[in-house]
Structures are given as structure tokens and as C-alpha cells.
Ligand binder design. Structure first.
Ligand SMILES: *Cc1c(COP(=O)(O)O)cnc(C)c1O
Length: 491
């Protein structure tokens, strides 16, 4: 391809019209798909899609945009999993709000990088303003600060990094301090806590699992006991990681009581509100986060419960000065003299360097819709989970684990007389055959060693009728499996 043809593909002052036309084509394809989706997925098997993708010769570009988009229908769009469909009930994926998509289009085309002021200008200030807004909602106080991250896992890692540095400083740089540090979280906590502990060089048994109550919330008395044991054994409590919205059960740990324990023991409190952060804007349920204002650091995932596209997340801290543990100065990027001149370089607070202007999506969401509208959407899905819980509790074919404080429901097909092993197999089978049919997608998890199914409701368009219909499908698939199995055993 001659140079001039290649250059037409760059977004420059000469190609603005081309950009306009090309993007319109892509938007049109997605809009057509979204409007016409009959099922959340087609249930295609990886080996079939692999064939389609293997047939694409990446060294031979297609002549035109239309051709490439046609091909994209085959390799991606046709069989993608669509979270906007009311019967997608599986993971913590939300339908996205259109104002955020405007942000996405703008931020990737302008392509600001939020590491330094000289690569972003207003982008930096918009991000800072959103961090301040979220910290105010959480009640973190006047010294609060934070930074956008790639996701909850990264936010948890950074929160725990700051906690580790504070704990090591308090231990007076004793060489043997690192392997003695301990992190406390509940059995329902997120696995990124374990991963972070490993990345931070903590001991293999550094994460101490604290017992939960019957609603799967961390028990403050159990935490107090574990903290006491830690002290008695000469170990150092580095952080308590409370979860405000566990991934499986939507349970919110009792933050105020946990904060009290942390204050008494002088331990860093990290609150993982990756999922529960939607309550920050809830018109009716904000109180479920009471106590979050006492956290030293907080994880929020706007891409979980603010209806934002992946990725959009942040780490907040009560004391902005603690972010210095993530600061390094490089002459080529953010020299110390820039900090002295108070040039706002967000890289000084971040584990990333080049970083997307994800904050713009939330900015346009708040400017176009406003926080109450987002909170109302989240409230609706929490209501729906309560309805789903009622339906399940009234149905003798099913067993429910616990009532969620957010929008998940964990349950299993367990009609009277069905033994646990067969129930395990039947529930696994029901989930797989449901997904293969494409009629609905639900998640699976294990509770106390047994296989359960899970709804994560994040789509306000999902009606009670949808939930009833999916439960019927699950009962049919599982029931057929049990019948077939019982027949085989009998024969
Ligand atoms: C999803 C989740 C995370 C991880 O967030 P990512 O954005 O997927 O990295 C952490 N904690 C909890 C409680 C979550 O639900």
C-alpha cells in the first residue's frame, strides 16, 4: 500500500469526514444487532468459532470497511454475549447507558492519556473532579483523593499496596516484617485479595479468612478474635478488606462495626465496594453503606453498578498523602520539579502509566442523566432481586441460600427427596444446557461444597416474567436430567 493510502487511515486534519462516515457504519451495525437480539447469546461452541477465526488471513486486509464489518458479524457480533438482553442473568455485567458511550467515542478518538498533565490537560481535572465527587458521596472527608483504575482487581491491589507500605513503615523497617503481615477478609471476599497478597510478596498464608454470618456477611466478633490471635502470635495485621457487595451473595459486611475493630487495633480498613458502589447514588438504600466513610481506602467499579462500559473504576483513599507510595519520578515523564510546581500529574498516584480517560464516560453520564437517574436504575435491579427471592422461596422445587442486599440470588434446583450429589449434577447440567440453547445465561457457584446457580440482576429491563420463565427452563432442564439419571439407575 502506498504511503498516502495508509495515511488516510490516520485520524488527522484531513480525514475527519472519513472518521465520521466509518464510525457511523459501525454504530449502525451495533444498533441493528442490539435492536434485533432475540437471545442473550447463541451458545456457540469455541471450536466452531475457532474455525471462523482461523480462516481469517491477517496478512491480507479486506479492501473496504463494509467487508471488514461483514466479516466481524461472523467472527464476533453474531455470537457475542449481549448484556442488554433481559435474560442475561449471569455475571456482574451491566447494560450500558448511552451517555457513557458518547464518552467512549470521544475519549478514544481524542486519545488523551491521563498520566501527565501535558498529555491530557482538562482530562486530568475532569478525573480529579469525579474522584472528589465519589469521595464526597462516600463521606471520606476533606483530605480524600484517589485515581481511576482498570478495574476492581487493580483497585484492591493498590489499596493493599498502600496498606502494606503503611504497615511496614509502622513496623520501623524491620527486615522480618513482610512475611508477618496479615490481611483479613471474609470467605465471601473477592479472589483478587489473594492475588494481591501474592503480588505484594506477602506470605502464602497471609490472607486470614474471617467467618461469615448466615447472610454471608463478615462477623465482627470473629474478626475481633482473628485480630487478637494475630497479635498473640506476634504477627502484624496489615489490613482488613471488608466487602460492600460480595460477588456471589451481594452481602454487605457490617462496615461500621468492622471500622470500630480496625480503629481499636490500628489496622488499615479497605472496603471493596466494586459491586456495592451503586448504593452511593441509590435514592432509597444508601444507608446500606453506612460506615464506608471510615475506610482508609475504597474500591469502586462504575462498570459494575453505574451502568458504565468496561473499564471504569477507581481507588479512593481517606488520606491523599498515602498515594505517595505509588509515586516514582522519571525525568522523561514526571520529574520531581513538576510535583514541586504542583503540576497535576495523575501518574504520581497510579500503578499504570499510559492510562485511558475512562472518567469521561462517567462525566457525561452525570452531566446528561445525573446521579439520581443512575441510582434509580440500580434500585430497580435490587427490587427485582427481592422479587426473584420471593418467587424462589415460594417454589418448592428450589432452595435459596440467602437474601441479597444487592441484586444477586443464589439458589439451586432441589425438589424434596433429591439427594445432594444428583442435585449437583442436575444444576450443572441445567446451567450448561440453558447457555447452549441461548435462551438465557445464568451463573454457577459453589456454596459449602455444593453446586448452586446464580442470578446477577443488573438489567432493569428484566421483568418478573423473565425471571419466572427462566426458572421454568431451569426446572425443565434439571428435571429431565434427574428423570434420565433415575431411569438409568433403575434399569
Ligand atoms: C468484580 C469484583 C472485583 C474485581 O473487579 P474487576 O473490575 O473485575 O477487576 C473485586 N471485588 C468484588 C467484590 C467484585 O465483585
Amino acid at each position: 500500500m502506498p504511503d498516502s493510502a495508509a495515511r488516510e487511515h490516520l485520524l488527522t486534519n484531513r480525514s475527519a469526514d472519513r472518521y465520521r462516515r466509518m464510525l457511523a457504519q459501525a454504530v449502525d451495525r451495533v444498533a441493528t444487532r442490539v435492536a434485533g437480539t432475540e437471545r442473550p447469546c447463541t451458545g456457540i461452541a469455541p471450536e466452531h468459532l475457532e474455525l471462523e477465526i482461523a480462516a481469517v488471513d491477517l496478512d491480507r486486509p479486506l479492501a473496504d470497511v463494509g467487508g471488514a464489518l461483514d466479516e466481524l458479524e461472523d467472527v464476533y457480533l453474531r455470537d457475542a454475549v449481549y448484556f442488554h438482553h433481559p435474560r442475561y442473568l449471569a455475571h456482574l455485567n451491566c447494560p450500558v447507558v448511552i451517555p457513557a458511550l458518547l464518552g467512549e467515542a470521544v475519549l478514544s478518538a481524542v486519545n488523551s492519556s491521563l498520566d501527565t498533565w501535558d498529555q491530557s490537560a482538562g482530562g486530568t481535572l475532569i478525573e480529579r473532579s469525579l474522584i472528589a465527587w465519589t469521595a464526597r458521596r462516600a463521606g471520606l472527608g476533606p483530605a480524600a483523593d484517589g485515581v481511576f483504575t482498570s478495574g476492581g482487581s487493580q483497585s484492591n491491589l493498590q489499596g493493599l499496596l498502600l496498606a502494606r507500605e503503611e504497615a511496614l513503615a509502622a513496623a520501623g523497617a524491620r527486615a522480618d516484617a513482610l512475611p508477618r503481615l496479615r490481611v483479613f477478609t471474609s470467605a465471601a471476599g473477592h479472589f483478587s485479595v489473594q492475588k494481591s497478597a501474592k503480588l505484594l510478596g506477602l506470605a502464602a498464608d497471609a490472607v486470614v479468612i474471617v467467618d461469615v454470618d448466615e447472610r454471608r456477611r463478615m462477623r465482627p466478633d470473629a474478626l475481633a478474635a482473628r485480630l487478637r490471635e494475630c497479635r498473640e502470635r506476634g504477627l502484624v495485621a496489615m489490613a482488613v478488606c471488608a466487602t460492600a457487595g460480595t460477588t456471589d451473595f451481594g452481602s454487605v459486611d457490617p462496615l461500621a462495626e468492622i471500622a470500630l475493630e480496625c480503629a481499636e487495633s490500628g489496622v488499615w480498613l479497605h472496603v471493596d465496594a466494586a459491586y456495592g458502589c451503586g448504593l452511593l447514588v441509590s435514592p432509597t438504600r444508601r444507608h446500606r453503606l453506612d460506615g464506608i466513610e471510615q475506610a482508609d481506602s475504597v474500591t469502586v467499579d462504575y462498570h459494575k453498578s453505574f451502568f458504565q462500559p468496561v473499564s471504569s473504576s477507581a481507588l479512593l483513599v481517606r488520606d491523599g498523602r498515602t498515594l505517595r507510595h505509588a509515586t516514582y519520578h522519571a525525568d522523561y515523564l514526571n520529574p520531581a520539579r513538576a510535583a514541586e510546581r504542583r503540576i497535576p500529574n495523575q501518574v504520581d498516584k497510579s500503578l499504570q502509566t499510559t492510562r485511558r480517560f475512562d472518567a469521561l464516560k462517567l462525566w457525561l453520564t452525570l452531566r446528561i442523566m445525573g446521579p439520581d437517574a443512575i441510582g434509580a436504575l440500580f434500585d430497580e435491579v435490587v427490587d427485582r432481586a427481592e422479587t426473584a427471592g420471593d418467587l424462589l422461596a415460594a417454589d418448592p422445587r428450589f432452595e435459596v441460600v440467602t437474601r441479597s442486599q444487592l441484586s444477586t440470588v443464589v439458589f439451586r434446583y432441589l425438589p424434596a427427596g433429591l439427594d445432594d450429589d444428583l442435585a449437583d449434577a442436575a444444576n450443572l447440567h441445567a446451567r450448561e444446557s440453558l447457555a447452549a440453547s441461548g435462551a438465557a445465561v445464568v451463573a454457577a457457584t459453589r456454596v459449602d461444597g455444593r453446586h448452586f446457580l446464580k442470578f446477577t440482576l443488573l438489567n432493569p429491563e428484566t421483568t418478573s416474567e423473565d425471571i419466572e420463565a427462566v426458572l421454568e427452563l431451569i426446572a425443565e432442564h434439571a428435571g429431565r436430567f434427574v428423570d434420565a439419571h433415575t431411569a438409568v439407575t433403575a434399569a
